[in-house]
Write a protein of this length. Structure first.
Length: 325
């Protein structure tokens, strides 16, 4: 810990390392030009976060990322560190068998006098209307294709419907036996990997419901059709009581498992500390999830998810597969 904090506070910034790291970063980014997953996520996230190039929340293209890396100098990096780095804001989480008093004393010695030269303000994403897209990206000679779809929702994780929406997403695409993967992967065999996800922020209200699948390019249109059909069917008919009972047990086991390792616990505590929360917040969420009724879950899913507001991007060698032509 002492070495890590000393490096953080007084980095050497060697010229040779800067040039090497920049070349490595550019090479890694450049490889994404032909990768369906990279291009699909770039296009979808840019659509869901429509910020101008001058905004830090703007989703940069590959060319923009490389342009920015080529412009930055070692003096810029040093100046940034000098202006923004300090020990006034932040969290340090340590998990394991340790002497808490000794750790706190060491941290105070290393960071106590290191004041942040600039005030801290969190960057918040608020809900913005999205111009819907349904587009394809050709990636010649790639065996796999990816399709991703997403919808912006106006919600934060303290809203009354958060637990119900979290459960609905889990039942729709959160596990191997959830509705979407059970149909598209297990029964129809169209996709190697398919899932949905739901995320809502602590601050701001730019939540997102999304789904992603990887498949042979020939099957991508079938995956897209099955996703929309299953989504509409779920919104029309709702989940069943048996599905909710099974999902409550599965999500409880998943959440307990995520807290059972040092790494998982460290990340969770760190995430909560950023917003002055403790693990009591997770205990409360666990209780809310277990107390949900079928009506609450179905109502939340119908309230927030709308197939007519979902943007879709697919990438693959569709020309060779003779689809989407």
């Amino acid at each position: 810990m002492r070495l890590a904090l000393e490096i953080l506070r007084d980095p050497a910034f060697p010229d040779a390392d800067f040039d090497q790291i920049r070349k490595q970063r550019i090479a890694a980014i450049d490889r994404g030009r032909t990768e369906p997953g990279t291009l699909v996520q770039e296009a979808l996230q840019s659509n869901l976060s429509p910020y101008p190039r001058s905004d830090v929340r703007h989703v940069r293209t590959i060319d923009e990322e490389i342009e920015d890396l080529n412009k930055v100098t070692l003096d810029d990096v040093k100046a940034f560190h000098q202006k923004f780095y300090g020990g006034s804001y932040g969290e340090l989480v340590v998990v394991g068998k340790l002497d808490v008093g000794a750790v706190q004393q060491e941290v105070a010695t290393l960071l106590g006098s290191w004041k942040s030269p600039s005030p801290y303000q969190r960057i918040v994403n608020n809900y913005k209307d999205v111009q819907l897209i349904n587009t394809k990206i050709e990636t010649p000679d790639k065996e796999n294709a990816q399709i991703s779809a997403g919808q912006r929702l106006r919600m934060r994780d303290s809203d009354p419907d958060y637990a119900a929406m979290m459960m609905a997403d889990y039942m729709f695409g959160g596990g191997i036996t959830a509705r979407l993967p059970d149909r598209v992967r297990n029964r129809e065999g169209y996709s190697y990997s398919v899932s949905s996800s739901f995320n809502a922020p602590v601050e701001g209200d730019a939540a997102v419901f999304s789904a992603t699948a990887i498949s042979n390019p020939t099957n991508t249109p079938k995956v897209e059709a099955s996703f929309l059909d299953e989504l509409r069917k779920t919104l029309r008919d709702g989940f069943t009581a048996a599905e909710l009972t099974a999902a409550k047990k599965a999500i409880r086991d998943d959440r307990i498992g995520a807290r059972s390792s040092d790494g998982g616990l460290l990340n969770l505590i760190g995430a909560r500390e950023q917003y002055q929360r403790t693990l009591a917040w997770d205990e409360q969420l666990d209780a809310k999830l277990q107390a949900l009724t079928l009506e609450q879950v179905n109502s939340a899913f119908r309230k927030y998810v709308d197939p007519g507001k979902i943007s879709t991007v697919k990438g693959g060698d569709f020309k060779r597969a003779n689809v989407y032509q």
